[in-house]
Design a protein around this ligand. Sequence first.
Ligand code: ZN
Length: 138
Amino acid sequence: MTVLSSDEIEPKGVLSADAVRSLEHLRREMRARKPASKNASVDAGKFKRFYRSRAWRAARYAFLKTQPRPLRCKCCGATAAHARLVVDHIVAIKKDWGRRLGQANLQLLCDDCNLAKASDDSTDWRTSDAPLPGEPTA
Ligand SMILES: [Zn+2]
């Protein structure tokens, strides 16, 4: 990160007194908005700790034991031979913290599908009727 000196941001003698006053006002407003981003980073820490927790690892392991082999992404059908598979929260933990350990809120996705789904999308791919690639259509 490059830290600009006040001379670089506001070259002396270029700004009028009015401009300096409105800049000061803007700065005060931006400082007042800080708490929101501070909360976001507190939440990020909470989620990070959760994914490292024994409780999450136990829930993840219990879920993986119930999955048919070979493990497959429930969205695109990729197997672990072709993609990294992850246990996804159908409803993101930042949307519903109470369901973070619930088996019914978990599905297997590959990295690509998981990143594309992101936390705003709550699609439950387990209920998809579409045959997986390579699977015989009945
Ligand atoms: Zn996938």
